[in-house]
Design a protein around this ligand. Structure first.
Ligand SMILES: Nc1ncnc2c1ncn2[C@@H]1O[C@H](COP(=O)(O)OP(=O)(O)OP(=O)(O)O)[C@@H](O)[C@H]1O
Ligand SMILES: [Mg+2]
Length: 261
């Protein structure tokens, strides 16, 4: 399937059609709408970032796409196939790196490959390839507690990429990190994206991060249970720092987030 607009000729990777999600509140037995009528199309190789107030449903949306929950309204299609369950095609990266502390860096990635049924004789090469990509070849035998927060997120990123997903779902992956590490990881993510051209859906509270990384930025609002605005950022990513147009977009998104609706 192809979109007929300025992205002509690029293939749709992820297609969300009228997606909605409601929860039953345990104590009140009331239905709580979190997402209503969400329509998003993400093209292959695109980075789409999502910002929105706490509780507006960003993680819920990523969880649905990851296949963690299968009761929802509407349709979620990856390369035209309905999302029904978890799959190595859709890998989620969280704020906390979710690594096993009793395993080494190498083993943390290898175990994911094992679970994805990658044959044993191929695993070492794949692990070392992705460790090299994230600059951690020298730390393959380190245990997780011997790594810094930024290094842990790099391992999580290497692990996610090693599964060769069709889409990478990133839920505030750098939120817990120091500002300088956050900046360098953003740059590294862009370098990695140049090499791998992975489709990425990236949730963040940091508007700067959203605007520096995204080909598009989606602004969600809890008042409408969905998408309030979308910004297409057609400035090359290496020209976005200190760029007046970018600063203007950051200001607009900031006011979108502070308006009531
Ligand atoms: N499993 C669940 N059961 C019931 N309600 C849930 C569940 N998961 C999320 N919610 C509700 O859905 C709403 C959206 O939560 P979600 O975690 O998606 O927000 P968010 O935008 O990611 O917020 P934050 O920026 O704080 O991470 C919240 O009101 C939350 O209580
Ligand atoms: Mg969240």
């Amino acid at each position: 399937m192809y979109i007929q607009n300025e992205y002509v000729d690029k293939k749709v990777s992820l297609n969300l059609i009228n997606v909605s999600k409601k929860y039953l509140q345990p104590h009140t037995n009331r239905i709580h709408t979190v997402l209503d009528n969400i329509n998003i199309q993400i093209l292959e190789g695109e980075i789409v970032t999502i910002v929105g107030k706490s509780g507006c449903g960003k993680s819920t949306l990523l969880n649905l796409i990851a296949g963690f929950e299968n009761s929802y309204g509407g349709e979620i299609l990856l390369n035209g196939n309905p999302v029904k369950d978890i799959s190595p095609e859709r890998i989620m990266m969280f704020q906390e790196s979710a690594l096993f502390p009793w395993l080494t860096t190498f083993q943390n990635i290898e175990i994911a490959l094992k679970m994805a049924k990658i044959p044993k004789d191929q695993r070492e090469e794949i692990v070392m390839h992705y460790l090299e990509i994230v600059g951690l070849s020298d730390y393959s035998h380190s245990y997780i507690h011997q790594l810094s927060g930024g290094m842990k997120q790099r391992v999580a990123l290497a692990r996610a990429l090693s599964l060769n997903p069709k889409i990478l779902l990133m839920d505030e992956p750098f939120a817990a990190l120091d500002i300088t590490i956050k900046k360098s990881l953003c740059k590294e993510l862009l370098d990695l994206h140049k090499k791998t051209r992975k489709t990425i859906l990236f949730v963040t509270h940091n508007i700067n991060e959203a605007v520096l990384l995204g080909d598009r930025v989606i602004v969600m609002s809890p008042q409408i249970y969905g998408i309030k605005k979308e910004y297409v950022i057609d400035i090359p990513k290496d020209q976005r720092y200190e760029n007046p147009t970018i600063k203007n977009i950051i200001n607009q998104i900031t006011s979108d987030l502070y308006e009531y609706n």
